[in-house]
Design a protein around this ligand. Structure first.
Ligand code: MG
Length: 162
């Protein structure tokens, strides 16, 4: 077993769709980024890559590579899962905390779990998503950004018999 941790934050700006946890959520603003700005997916991907000793998103999916321009959160997660599987690991569990002053994320929790479980090939009950506010504090509390913190567990697919 190995553990990984990931963090991401993106600015909320007007004129962008809001993609978070692999789904589009109705809101008057969206997350800015080279990709779709899906901070939840990015934090999980970073946690998985870290656990597998594969570096981070920046190394694996460079900003300046046109293949990853506008890449969706679920596609990034699916590609990340493929890379850690190629290293002999598989995802076991995801525990994700989202910090947003708005919109309310709890009503979208089940859809996000569906998207992430599909992308990672992981059972729904192995994925937890908690949504909280920042109590009005700092940039997140002013509704200028959404942040995500992820912890994941991965295991070797074929443990040595020894
Ligand atoms: Mg990001």
């Amino acid at each position: 077993m190995r553990v990984g941790f990931g963090y991401d934050i993106h600015r909320l700006v007007e004129g962008q769709p809001l993609w978070l946890g692999g789904i589009e959520i109705p809101h008057d603003r969206g997350l800015l980024g080279h990709s779709d700005g899906d901070a939840a997916a990015h934090s999980v991907a970073d946690a998985l890559l870290g656990a597998a000793g594969l570096g981070d998103i920046g190394v694996n999916f460079p900003n300046d590579d046109p293949r990853y321009r506008g890449v969706s959160g679920v596609n990034l997660l699916a590609e990340t899962a493929a890379r850690i599987r190629a290293r002999g690991f598989r995802p076991v569990q995801v525990d994700l905390t989202l910090v947003a002053e708005g919109p309310k994320l709890a009503p979208h929790r089940e859809a996000m779990i569906t998207a992430i479980s599909g992308a990672l090939g992981l059972a729904r009950d192995a994925i937890a998503i908690k949504a909280r506010t920042n109590e009005g504090l700092d940039a997140i509390g002013r509704g200028e950004a959404i942040a995500a913190y992820a912890v994941v567990l991965i295991e070797r697919r074929n443990p040595p018999s020894e």
